[in-house]
Design a binder for this molecule. Sequence first.
Ligand code: GLC
Length: 765
Amino acid sequence: MRRRESAKILRRLRPPAKEPGQLRQALDGIRLLGWRKSVQIAQSTVAHAYLDWRYAPPTPDWNHPGTAPGRMLAREDCPDGFIARFEHAELEVRCLGPDLVRVTWRPGLDPVPYAIGRHDWAPTTSEAELSVELSEDGGLAFRSGDGRLLRRDLPPVRHGEGWRHRAHLHADERVHGLGERALPFDLRGHTVEMWNRGPGGRYVPGVDPLYICIPVYVGVHDEGSYLVFYENPHRAHFSFKDELDARFDGGALRYYVIPGPVSRAVERFSDLTGKPFLPPRWALGYHQSRWGYGSAQEVRELVAGFERYELPLDAVELDIEYMDQYRDFTIDEEDFPDMAGLSADLEAKGVRLVMIVDAAVQEKRGYRVYDEGATEQRFCTLPNGRTMRGVVWPGWAVFPDFTDAGTRQWWGDQYRALLDAGAAGFWHDMNEPTTFSLSGEDWPPEGTCHAMEGRGGSHVEARNLYGLLMARAAYEGLRRLHPERRPWLFSRSGWAGLQRYAWAWTGDTVSTWPMLRQTVTTILGLSLSGIGFAGPDIGGYHGDPSPELYVRWFELATFLPLFRTHCSHDDPPREPWAAAKGLIDAVRVHMGLRRRLMPYLYTVAWQASQTGAPPVRPLFWEDEQDARLASVDDAFFLGDHLLIAPVLDEGARARTVALPNGWWYRLDGNEPLEGGRDVEVAAPVDHTPVFVRAGAVIPMDEDGDLTLHVYGTPARGVLYQDAGDGYGPWRVDHFRVSGDDRAHLETTSDGDFSSAALQTRLHRQ
Ligand code: GLC
């Protein structure tokens, strides 16, 4: 190898300067993994640098002026849009609906439609809700039905295999979404990367990118609002300064524009990318997890602890320690000699077992999953024909190519082993995928080959899809293996459409107050990106939260879909009684509240599965032109009727809440409060301010009695019920309450699920 070439490889090995914690993390890694695996990581790092030097697809030269479309040569109208030919590019515009336009600039390969949940769009030319104007140079303007300018795109510019796309931003335009971000709620002024990755052990606010990057955002400004989704999974960079500047490393430039309001646009986006699945009811309960629960005995003691403290428990998550040598779909028979017996005992107490599955498969002859996968050529390869390898928990490992339908089917079938052992749900991890590295480049070589359903593609295109397609493989496998049960899994990584197969969690955060605050913002951003079901590690993944911090985190998660405590292996015990210490009553109060709210929460989950509306919504959801609500990032709506104002500051015993217009009640109060102003409310350490919209009926579970709480009259509400799992009978009740002194309840019902719990008690606030 020539000197210059080895210098280039060495340069690739140097840790990026912007990540100063890297050395500390590398040392932690050696301590954790031992010398043998650390040496493997060093070898893998060098191999990666070589493979990138040899095979990485060229990155576009963004400093080069690039090629604009040039002069328009022809324009051809078709029933649902038009095609325009330019000197250097071709533009296709299709209306999938009166409010949903798809734009495609070529050259560049069209995306494999992994994100798309619906393909049967009736042709439409209607411009009633969104009109598109094309200018001679290839610029596009999108206007609302009444002529307001929602968005103006500049002609895109081709750079090598990549596209650069710029759009004007209104002076006051706010930007939200882009998947999972540890950044402020409004991303105006920020630059973000689209490259799913684990932040290497832990992250703090400001770190970017994270595990779930999705090129979708909503723009809100004085003339209106819109949602734009770039259906291009290639590595990309977006910056939102005076204008949007988006740069994709490859592929056709395809994007969809949907006019606001945001609430409608987000629902419409779910028509395109699919509705979230309805989870089994138990998944909305409380989950206890820790990296380190290492034996059946320990799990039994854990469950006994919950009984002793009289705390409800719905699920226990088993991290990688349940596996035999960190091999997927195996069980350590020594520490878990009878996993099926353990899970049956737990299930009898109402506790489900959830098992982790990592993306990496140990490379070891004699390990069935590896042998089968190798024989059937299920693993990603390199351009030199070899299998791509990396180092993860089990040491040298290989990675299934989920962009191949046969591999997804094969992988989905593997879950049988864990279902037989009693797993009720699954947890997908390290599925960006992550491969350990000393250089900070903890991903497979960029030239890694993916099937992309037969048409082929590199990791630069497939990486952001990897977690999504692993979730799809599992979800479809679970449907086949247990058709009578609703699958449930949650995933660290994903892309647009993940909601069809998995929930998400916010990964390896630090245990600090700023991170608690960040959690709200991150989850709101996920909601606006189509991922409505998510939650954090309560207390933060890494660290030793004070009892107060743990409790406030617990209180926040009480009102989020995923309600789970989890932490790293070297952190102090994180069982609620150990972490909350003297504040355990606050935990108890909130667990009770979650139980009481279960009928409402389950209904919200069902509504999400029907409409796509995320359970957790920003306060501007119903009034996006109310400047007071525009930037609120410390409170949120849960479903249609509840406003949650978690306490996010150390020592705070009161907080200010920006109440939207209208009248509001405290959850257990009966004095209506006028909204449209900021109110100061008490928030002692065992209390989270929760407000209910006047005119709401909230179904609650009061010690086993289904009780309708009515907040003023007239009032309305909905209740969804079924057996809690499966695809059997269901029932939806719509309630209307009228009358002042004597409330009159009118119920209309659909569906034929009948339940003893339907004895209704009316409680007037
Ligand atoms: C990753 C996960 C974390 C898990 C650990 C061990 O860091 O994000 O939740 O505990 O791996 O499996």
